[in-house]
Design a protein around this ligand. Structure first.
Ligand code: AMP
Length: 284
């Protein structure tokens, strides 16, 4: 695997690969790689001649300095995992490379209503930062396909909008969430949880599955959501932030469940001061 820290070096490598007629898949990450990331890379390796992975903890998408400071950084371990997976290139730029004018002086991309609901509402500015860094990365890599995890479902909608509105010539691919055997969605943030915390956090998926079951059995979204929230509040050490039954089309809450309309349940909660998110598709 080749490692690049600067944009010209990465672009030169990619131009040479393109001249050989190679197609390129791109997996952007913030590192501390786990089996969830690996699933994205595996899918890209299957679909494309070469796969580029990026590891960059993007400061502009963090809404709290403390969260940014505590984000796990494990580049050596990440390199070993990527080598083993068969990834051809890793881009790991510094802040100066990504934000030469300083991170406060960058562009602002806004996503309308998507920034006012769920993750957008509770993490103001988060998607703006995600949109900015991905625009930069997509321009550098110009991949045929990009890979994102269902675990960050609202991010998937944001990225699809980014690609569509800015005419990026790339295909969006969503990969299902990879989970621990307990049901806990794999996440780099799980590294900050104790074994007990992990067990507590695994209750999130249990409640998501319960809500899905309720909806399929004819319970209305309002009462089933209330029941889900009560279940979460009853879990010791877990503080729910939101739980919502949403239409996938625009992430607006649904009042009536219609099986023909793509619907999901999304949750965010704190366990041991770590903010976790998860979701489950109710249709399809
Ligand atoms: P992150 O490094 O957390 O920014 O994640 C990088 C990419 O990996 C994003 O597209 C995430 O949605 C995806 N990802 C993270 N965790 C998982 C998981 N458990 N299953 C599938 N994809 C994931």
């Amino acid at each position: 695997m080749q490692l690049f820290e600067t944009i010209p070096a990465l672009k030169a490598f990619l131009a040479a690969e393109r001249r050989k007629g190679k197609s390129c898949g791109f997996v952007p990450t913030m590192g501390a790689l786990h089996k969830g990331h690996q699933a994205l890379i595996d899918k890209s390796l299957k679909d494309n001649d070469i796969t580029v992975c990026s590891v960059y903890v993007n400061p502009t998408q963090f809404t709290q300095q403390q969260d940014l400071d505590k984000y796990p950084r494990k580049l050596e371990q990440d390199i070993a995992l990527l080598e083993e997976t068969g990834c051809q290139a890793l881009f790991c730029p510094s802040d100066v490379v990504m934000y030469p004018e300083g991170k406060e002086n960058g562009l602002h991309i806004q996503f309308g209503r998507l920034e006012q609901v769920l993750e957008g509402r509770f993490r103001p500015g988060h998607f703006s930062g995600v949109g900015l860094v991905l625009s930069k990365l997509f321009h550098c890599v110009q991949p045929e396909r990009v890979y994102f995890g269902q675990k960050d479902l609202q991010q998937c909608s944001v990225v699809k909008k980014l690609i569509g509105d800015l005419f990026f010539d790339t295909q969006f691919v969503m990969v299902p969430t990879v989970r621990e055997s307990s049901g806990l969605a794999m996440s780099s943030r799980n590294e900050r949880l104790s074994p007990k915390g992990k067990l507590t956090a695994s209750q999130l998926y249990r409640v998501l599955k319960e809500i899905k079951k309720g909806l399929h059995e004819g319970e209305a979204p309002g009462p089933v959501k209330q029941r889900g929230l009560e279940m979460l509040e009853a879990v010791e050490g877990l503080q729910p932030e939101y739980l919502e039954v949403i239409r996938l089309k625009d992430f607006e809450p649904v009042e009536q469940f219609m099986p023909e309309q793509a619907t999901a349940v999304c949750v965010a909660a704190y366990v041991e001061e770590v903010r976790l998110i998860d979701n489950i598709m109710v249709t399809g």
